[in-house]
Design a protein around this ligand. Structure first.
Ligand code: PEP
Ligand code: MG
Length: 747
């Protein structure tokens, strides 16, 4: 780096610091800054453009261009060279601006006289704030050093903007993080809620971006990086060796922590006058900007790793730990880039909602959020950058929308919606202890689905008559290692304790397909949903299945035990699984352990094949539970995880209902107890139709029990059945329109 430029940048930053310290209006500050940059870099023009909304930039200060254009000249993102810098987040450096790609002439600025143009983005941690531009009449390409010097200045400007130093008149200079922002994401868990932002990882605030003792800053950086390296090495040595993913992340951390390029760039920035923390954040901002452009999943992950590492380093440097001393609000809505299931469980039910920048419907965090019945919005891009601790936020989990700092009209509309939901909840609570008896006297048993200890309080609260499906894989999914038998039996025993006299149906491990254990080698299968999953894995590798069956038997300790095997496609699989259970019982007997008082073994009917199993299967199986989620995806050959096709086929399609009716008839003929435990059991209209098709036990999310019971108690099943039959005879594709017509007024 040339000494001259280095001095320039150090001097510019020293002057900037003076401007920061002055007690003047934001506009006066910006004006001074453009003057001093133009002076130091010896350019005729220096201009600062800031965003007035997400799409529009506004000229907010200039040295050299027509002063009348300030706050008048605006451009859209991507428009002209300034808009190009803003959109791409990349530098534009040209000695012939009028002929550069995208140039747009702005007559009011009188900029036609300038040939060379250097524009750098003003951005902070992925948040685009504006563009800093210098221009000269003489044609020249700015040197790399000059570009970097301007980037350093832009970085400090971003910090200053974040600190609220440029607040002034008009939208472009209004305080940051004060405006209402709407985030459209994906639905992780339905429900509406309101509360105040609680950032899982609080933002680090840098109050001193400029430093005048580079020696000292370098020493601070070195010490902090050393502390970081030691920390990463410690994490590596204590990481579970089987956890490939965790090791991979830590190795990436180590790689970055030892990366010469990373260090050299930060040292150079310190040389130019930045403080150690500002140098770290500048690198982090660059990585975030790159992240937006990278589509390769692996590379994105690594950039995320670098981001995490920078956060750690910033915390070391600023002393701002994860605990900032801020008080968690009474009604916290958790905002995070992503979160692990165990961390989410730590927050527990205190959360009013969760908004993630990443995540997916099938992610473990989503599973936990569902179990806790907390509204969850996923893919809310950039919310961690925009939201501040304590901000008021409304979540519409049904639409996947978050309103951050909403205005009054939104609040009023939203509160109306919440009030309606609360009224409905009161209605559900009033029938909690009443049976789900239809108008024609049929009694439907409503049970709940569970999988975590956190679910169990709902057993009392929801009015569920038992646990119709306990998904045991969740206990395997939320850990970073295979749970031990004693751990599992302790947990299953607690579930039975909590259930008391109510029945619990444990489903053995259902892994594979979308549920991949973090500590098991993933199988590279072309169609995992049709692949090696559930009971197929259990039978081929019986070690885990035996351990689990033993844990269940031990947990029962003289109590009744009910177990079902998932994804049974043919009778032989069921018989083989039962044989494993027999062996496990025998082993326990020999060991002298108390056996369950009774043993009820069943299968999940999740593939059409099992509906056509021989009669002897229906006699042999203790009970059947229809896993409607899987059964429907195989019936229609439509992936349940694929948004495009998932909703294409209606559960109330005549063919599917007729198919279900056939299963009910076969079970009836053989006296085989039958239930339905897919998601459709928890949807009121679908649940009523399932009951009309003859199903008498439905198992669903606890929060669905109230709404389902409410509709069942107001419906005459014979009438509803007649409506369905009439629609079928008419040849309707789906009975939904006819059913909705009939139910109108009952919902
Ligand atoms: C189902 O397939 O309907 C079911 C209940 O099992 P899971 O959703 O866990 O696959
Ligand atoms: Mg299933």
């Amino acid at each position: 780096m040339s000494e001259n430029i280095k001095t320039n940048s150090v001097k510019m930053l020293a002057n900037l610091r003076e401007v920061m310290a002055q007690d003047v209006e934001g506009q006066a500050r910006l004006d001074q800054i453009t003057g001093l940059i133009a002076g130091e870099l010896r350019t005729e023009v220096c201009s600062i453009y800031l965003f007035r909304d997400e799409e529009t930039l506004e000229l907010c200060a200039t040295e050299g261009l027509n002063p009348q254009a300030v706050h008048q000249t605006r451009m859209r993102m991507g428009e002209g060279l300034v808009g190009r810098v803003a959109r791409t987040g990349k530098v534009v450096n040209t000695d012939d601006a009028p002929h550069a790609r995208g140039f747009r002439f702005m007559p009011e600025t009188s900029e036609e006289a300038y040939s060379s143009f250097l524009g750098v983005p003003i951005q902070r941690l992925g948040e685009k704030l504006g563009v800093l531009v210098v221009q000269t009449k003489a044609a020249r390409v700015f040197s790399e050093d000059e570009v970097i010097a301007l980037e350093v200045v832009a970085m400090v400007l971003a910090e200053m903007a974040e600190l609220g130093i440029f607040i002034g008149e008009g939208a472009a200079m209004s305080a940051r993080h004060q405006q209402p922002v709407l985030f459209r994401g994906g639905i992780g868990q339905e429900g509406a809620s309101q509360g105040h932002v609680w950032l899982h990882e609080p933002r680090v605030v840098i109050t001193n971006p400029i430093a005048d003792d580079p020696e000292r800053e370098l020493e601070r950086l070195h010490n902090a990086v050393e502390e970081l390296r030691v920390g990463v090495d410690q994490m590596l040595s204590s990481a579970a060796t089987g956890d490939k993913e965790q090791l991979e992340v830590l190795e990436a951390y180590r790689m970055f922590a030892n990366s010469k390029g990373w260090m050299t760039r930060m040292q150079a920035d310190i040389d130019r006058g930045l403080s150690a923390e500002a140098a770290v954040e500048k690198e982090q901002s660059t990585a975030r900007a790159r992240m937006e452009q990278v589509t390769d999943a692996y590379l994105r992950e690594r950039l995320h790793d670098l981001d995490d590492l920078s956060n750690r380093l910033l915390r070391i440097l600023t002393g701002q730990g994860a605990q900032t001393g801020a008080e968690m609000p009474a009604d916290p809505v958790l905002i995070a880039r992503n979160i692990g299931p165990a961390e989410l469980l730590d927050y527990g039910r205190s959360l009013k909602g969760i908004v993630l920048e990443e995540g997916s419907v099938g992610s473990h965090a989503a599973i936990v959020a569902r179990a806790l019945a907390i509204p969850l919005i996923i893919h809310a891009e950039r919310i961690t950058t925009e939201a501040l601790n304590g901000d008021y936020i409304l979540l519409d989990g049904d639409q996947g929308i978050a309103h951050l700092r909403p205005d009054d009209t939104v609040i009023t509309a939203f509160r109306d919606k919440m009030a309606m939901q609360e009224k409905a909840q009161e209605r559900y609570a009033s029938i909690r202890d009443k049976p789900a008896q239809t108008l024609d006297g049929e009694v439907i048993t409503l049970q709940m689905n569970a999988g975590l200890m956190a679910d169990l309080p709902s057993l009392v609260g929801s009015g569920a008559e038992g646990v119709g499906l306990f998904r045991t894989e969740l206990q395997f999914l939320i850990r970073s290692h295979m749970p031990k038998r004693a751990e599992l039996s302790g947990l299953y025993a607690k579930v039975m304790d909590a259930a008391g006299d109510k029945q619990v149906t444990f489903r053995t491990l259902d892994i594979g397909s979308d549920k991949v254990l973090p500590y098991m080698k993933p199988n590279d299968e072309p169609n995992p949903a049709l692949g090696w999953r559930a009971v197929r894995v259990g039978l081929d590798k019986p070690g885990i299945m035996r351990m689990q069956l033993q844990a269940l038997i031990r947990a029962a300790r003289g109590r009744p035990l009910r177990v079902m095997f998932p994804f049974v496609a043919q009778r032989e699989e069921y018989s083989a699984a039962c044989a494993e259970m027999d062996k496990a019982m025998e082993r326990e007997r020999i060991l002298g352990h108390p056996l369950p008082a009774s043993l009820d073994i069943g299968a999940m009917l999740e593939t059409p094949s099992l509906a056509f199993a021989p009669d002897s299967f229906f006699d042999e199986v203790g009970f059947l539970s229809i896993g409607g989620n899987d059964l429907k995806q195989f019936f229609f050959a439509a992936d349940r995880e694929n948004e495009r096709v998932r909703k294409r086929y209606d559960t109330l399609n005549v063919s599917f209902l007729t198919f279900l009716e056939g299963i009910v008839a076969r079970c009836k003929a053989h006296g085989t107890p039958l239930s339905f435990c897919g998601e459709d059991a928890g949807r009121p209209v679908e649940a009523a139709c399932l009951a009309a098709m003859g199903l008498r036990i439905l198992s669903m999310r606890p929060a669905s029990i109230g709404p389902v019971k409410s509709i069942l108690r107001r419906t005459d099943m014979r009438e509803l059945h007649a409506v369905i039959v009439a629609a079928r005879i008419r040849g309707d594709q789906s009975v939904r329109p006819a059913v909705m017509n009939y139910l109108r007024g009952k919902l």
